[in-house]
Ligand binder design. Structure first.
Ligand code: TYD
Ligand code: MG
Length: 477
């Protein structure tokens, strides 16, 4: 029987089909299926023909294994996301959109590790050594003893890494540019990416080097092609941010050696990425919420870190048949839900208004806890009442109109207090004796009570003939 020589692999999800198709049945993407040489699975390889397996000794759980110290880069935000430095012999995939700063972060990490005396290798498949050097000298890192290479053939890279002292820290930038002699497909295809990653990871495990692999991400947030690599590595980090703003978030999506809810915050400056130990201050800088209606401060939590951001809303009479709803930095579906609840349970009529919602600073908020802050900003814009400038908001809004408790209340309140906010509007505590609820926390039990509070301060302001920043009277809705 003739052996199948090639198969058709989706470059988005890695699904294999027997013939070419325009659309991948598995992930629904169009034009992602490419013909590749069939990968030979277990038993398919012609090497070691006729050889039978060789038994090896098994060990028990109580055995003693000395953990090697982690490779600490000295970049605190990076080490923290890694779980306190990188484990020797581990492989980490760092994904992010082109231009977000992956190469910058990793050359900085390499320089820091190299300065500590450990052998550090940076292999670029995208830039020439001259370009990498130029960047390093702009960053003031030219003197660091990092070993550089501009190579893409994995067999050569593994051979080079394996000669001389074992490297402690190896960066491969990026996996999409790597290719292996043993695989017949073009560089960048799923088979090549998978094969190259396998060879590099095998080297890392054998040599004890901490391996960092860069992977480019497609627009919809997936690591293109290297999706398949996610399963092979020990940790997957994503480097996020938006081109118009300077901050960058490093998140752990998977981490065998640390918590996955860690977030590192950086700022892209003229001299590379700087750590941001106090991100709330960055996001609240230049806030004008103290004087204008339609702005509230959300006490959020990113991973395990509290993060205060301003939420801005604009509710304006529409001139269109179908009013506009636009949202930046938040889920459009969540906005639609909050608006529906405000109409159904808050007594607001929003059908004649265009509505815009924006999370300041370019951050993307995914927490349901932002509901209450968004609702407060919306009601404030609609009524013209300025929200108190020293208050933060958080709480999840249910379809019934009630405001539900969220996690990390204490963390949110502490961060707010640290940044000079003296009041919080939050869901009622789950238990009456909850000590995290200090006297300066106003319980908002329902959207109706939120609307009543904001409307009351609007009426008060009108009677005094000026925009109000009148404090809300405490209430338990
Ligand atoms: P880069 O690390 O090349 O991104 P990636 O490897 O993720 O594709 O970052 C490139 C961007 O960073 C580029 O648009 C310029 C900017 N940048 C700075 O703002 N300051 C700097 O010191 C450096 C090195 C880059
Ligand atoms: Mg790069």
């Amino acid at each position: 029987m003739a052996r199948v020589r090639s198969s058709y692999v989706c470059q988005n999800c890695g699904a294999i089909t027997q013939r070419w198709q325009g659309k991948c049945e598995s992930c629904g993407e169009w034009n992602t299926i490419v013909e590749e040489a069939a990968a030979l699975g277990v038993g398919g390889a012609s090497t070691r023909k006729g050889a039978s397996g060789r038994p090896f000794p098994l060990e028990d759980l109580s055995g003693v294994s000395k953990p090697e110290p982690r490779v600490v880069t000295g970049i605190g935000e990076l080490d923290r996301v890694a779980g306190g430095g990188f484990v020797p012999g581990s492989a980490t995939l760092i994904g992010g959109e082109p231009g977000i700063g992956k190469s910058t972060l990793l050359i900085q990490a390499c320089a820091a590790v190299a300065r500590s005396g450990a052998r550090t290798v940076y292999v670029s498949g995208e830039e020439s050594t001259a370009q990498v050097r130029l960047r390093a000298s702009r960053l003031g890192l030219a003197a660091a003893p990092v070993q550089l290479a501009a190579q893409t053939l994995v067999e050569d890279i593994v051979a080079t890494l394996g000669s001389g002292d074992a490297p402690r820290f190896v960066v491969i930038d990026s996996i999409q540019t790597m290719w292996s002699d043993a695989i017949e497909s073009a560089p960048g295809t799923v088979s090549q990416v998978r094969g190259a990653a396998q060879a590099l990871i095998r080297f890392a495990k054998a040599s004890g080097a901490a391996l960092l692999i860069v992977g480019h991400v497609t627009k919809d947030g997936q690591i293109a092609g290297p999706r398949v690599v996610e399963h092979m590595v020990d940790a997957v980090f994503s480097f996020e941010g938006d081109g118009a703003h300077a901050f960058r978030l490093l998140r752990a999506a998977k981490n065998r050696f640390g918590a996955t809810d860690e977030v590192g915050v950086f700022e892209m400056t003229g001299s590379g990425l700087a750590e941001v130990p106090n991100p709330s201050a960055l996001f609240l800088a230049g806030r004008d919420g103290a004087s204008a209606p339609g702005a509230s401060v959300f006490a959020g939590v990113e991973g395990a870190r509290p993060l205060l951001v301003e939420i801005q809303a604009l509710v304006a009479p529409t001139t269109l048949g179908t009013p506009r709803r636009a949202v930046v930095g938040w889920e459009p579906a969540r906005l639609a839900m909050v608006l529906a609840v405000l109409e159904a349970h808050g007594g607001l009529k929003l059908g004649q208004f265009d509505i815009y919602l924006n999370v300041a600073g370019g951050l993307r908020v995914a927490e349901p806890a932002a509901d209450l802050a968004a609702a407060a900003a919306l009601v404030s814009s609609l009524t013209g009442a300025v929200l108190p400038h020293d208050a933060v908001y958080f709480g999840e809004i249910a379809l019934s109109g009630s405001v539900r408790p969220v996690a990390h209340t204490g963390l949110r309140l502490k961060e707010a207090a640290k940044l000079g906010f003296s009041r919080a509007f939050a869901p009622p505590p789950p238990r009456a004796d909850d000590e995290t609820f200090a006297a300066n926390v106003t319980s908002i039990g329902s959207v109706a009570s939120l609307v009543a509070l904001v409307a009351a301060s609007a009426v008060e302001a009108k009677s005094r003939g000026k925009p109000s920043s009148a404090p809300f009277s405490p209430s338990t809705g």
